[in-house]
Design a protein around this ligand. Structure first.
Ligand code: GDP
Ligand code: GDP
Length: 436
């Protein structure tokens, strides 16, 4: 189920990132620039009362070279596009500025729910000064102090009060939901268009689709599929849509709702740092993954090119050793037909259950052939394993002491399971638990 999203907007220095950090605490996805340089935290998860929600600090999405007003305008547009509720922050020490009025105009037109927060109201005497902010047209302003943590509770009460009813997934359990993620310009929208234009794909109305018009639902070979966030991939030409941070934001949201994630690479350009980061989010989220090398038509090839590219992917994406690789071209449609069968295959594996009796035979055999090394004189003993979940397949292994289960042995057990069963395309989770 998709969580509601809250976006924080306002001009520079009003305290957006201070409030963001207060609201999400430590539960943040770190969207880094170059490692070790700046660390912008723009996307996280917050909690208030019984509500969990995503938070976006739009101030962290820098639109390169945009003049000041353009930049905050675009940040406001991102908020409108992405959020269910917007927190509009102004500075209580400066009063209403023309930039505030500019942002207010854009937000007002969108009709999205807005909570107006007047920041830097660090003491009660200053509360008298907040009334001029009524003029922005969003009703009662909430006085807060980000640096002192004051007033945030009342503000968040109002935010969760404005959440939409419920955002449950409109699709049946057996519908395969997938998304395409990747840097700007790798060819995601071209691929979506090519897929939806396939002759054997029948776009069919499935109950619930009208509730979320940005997904594309279709039937192929007797199976229903949904492309999550089609709108985000078939872009409408806004400037910010080509920025990397925005692409990460879209990716995170799409991953959340998907069973299968296609990590799209640009075969012509090769692998970039950003590709690994984006793929890492899909892996961490436990989704089934296919690596798609697009633009293969534009690559000058001999008989070793594909093998070499494949090896480079394996070297660079070691954590994705389970993901199949598909080379194709959205432009010429070359090998496009292999994509849907691959999606079908990995989604089956992602939701596969194995029988406990066979699982145990396999695990206990492997353990007796290859016992865990001892750790300070103590030895891990494996008694029993059972699959407790799917999507991704998750196994609980009962042992004498979970502390003795080291990463390398867990890896060994994973490989054992992979060799015995067909889990291609899906991460596996192993949880060591003490046998009672
Ligand atoms: P952003 O550019 O909107 O993200 O603003 P920041 O969160 O980076 O804050 C800008 C400056 O305002 C920083 O120096 C903060 O320490 C300061 N600031 C943020 N919140 C408050 C507050 O509640 N009271 C005061 N006095 N200063 C604050
Ligand atoms: P997105 O930003 O990832 O959605 O990428 P687009 O679909 O907008 O594609 C970016 C550019 O790559 C466009 O100029 C496309 O025409 C081009 N492109 C996309 N797919 C292919 C392909 O398979 N081969 C070639 N040669 N170019 C492609």
């Amino acid at each position: 189920m998709a969580l509601p999203t809250v976006a924080i907007v306002g001009r520079p220095n009003v305290g957006k990132s201070t409030i963001f950090n207060r609201v999400v605490g430590e539960r943040v996805s770190i969207v880094e620039d170059e490692p070790g340089v700046t660390r912008d935290r723009i996307y996280g998860t917050g909690e208030w009362l019984t509500n969990r929600f995503h938070v976006i600090d739009t101030g962290g999405i820098d639109i390169s070279d945009a003049p000041f007003l353009d930049e905050i305008r675009q940040q406001a547009e991102i908020a409108i596009e992405e959020a269910d509720v917007i927190i509009f922050i102004v500075n209580g020490r400066e009063g209403v500025t023309s930039a505030d009025e500019e942002v207010a105009k854009i937000l007002f037109r969108s009709k999205k729910p807005v909570v107006l927060a007047v920041n830097k109201v660090d003491n009660p005497e200053m509360r008298a000064d907040i009334y001029e902010f009524y003029s922005l047209g969003f009703g009662e302003p909430y006085p807060i102090s980000g640096s002192h943590g004051l007033g945030l509770g009342d503000m968040l009460d109002e935010v969760v009060h404005k959440f939409p009813e419920s955002k449950g997934e409109p699709y049946e359990e057996d519908v395969v939901k997938f998304s395409l993620i990747g840097r700007p310009n790798v060819g995601k929208s071209s691929l979506v268009n090519a897929l939806l234009g396939e002759e054997r794909v029948i776009v069919s109305p499935v109950a619930g689709t009208t509730r979320d018009a940005i997904d594309s639902v279709y039937r192929y070979d007797g199976q229903d599929y949904v492309i999550i966030d089609t709108a985000g991939m078939r872009k409408k030409g806004k400037v910010y849509e080509k920025t990397e941070k925005y692409s990460v934001l879209r990716a995170l949201k799409a991953i959340e709702r998907s069973d299968v994630v296609l990590v799209v690479l640009d075969g012509e350009e090769g692998i970039r740092e950003q590709d690994k980061r984006i793929a890492g989010y899909a892996h961490d989220a436990g989704r089934a993954i296919i690596i798609v090398v697009n633009k293969w038509d534009a690559v000058e090839k001999d008989d070793k090119t594909m093998r070499k590219f494949e090896q480079e992917i394996r070297d660079q994406f070691q954590f994705l050793d389970y993901a199949p690789i598909v080379f194709l071209s959205a432009k010429t449609r070359q090998r496009l037909g292999t994509l849907l069968p691959a999606i079908h295959m990995v989604s089956e594996n992602h939701s596969m259950r194995v029988q406990s009796s066979i699982l145990n035979e396999v695990i206990l055999d492997a353990v007796s052939m290859n016992p865990a090394p001892s750790d300070k004189g103590r030895k891990l003993k494996v008694y029993y394993a059972t699959q407790v979940a799917v999507k991704p397949p998750t196994f609980v292994v009962f042992v004498n002491d979970p502390e003795l289960m080291h990463f390398s042995y867990e890896r060994f057990l994973q490989n054992t399971i992979r060799q015995a069963f067909t889990f291609e395309g899906t991460p596996l989770k192993i949880i060591a638990r003490k046998r009672k």
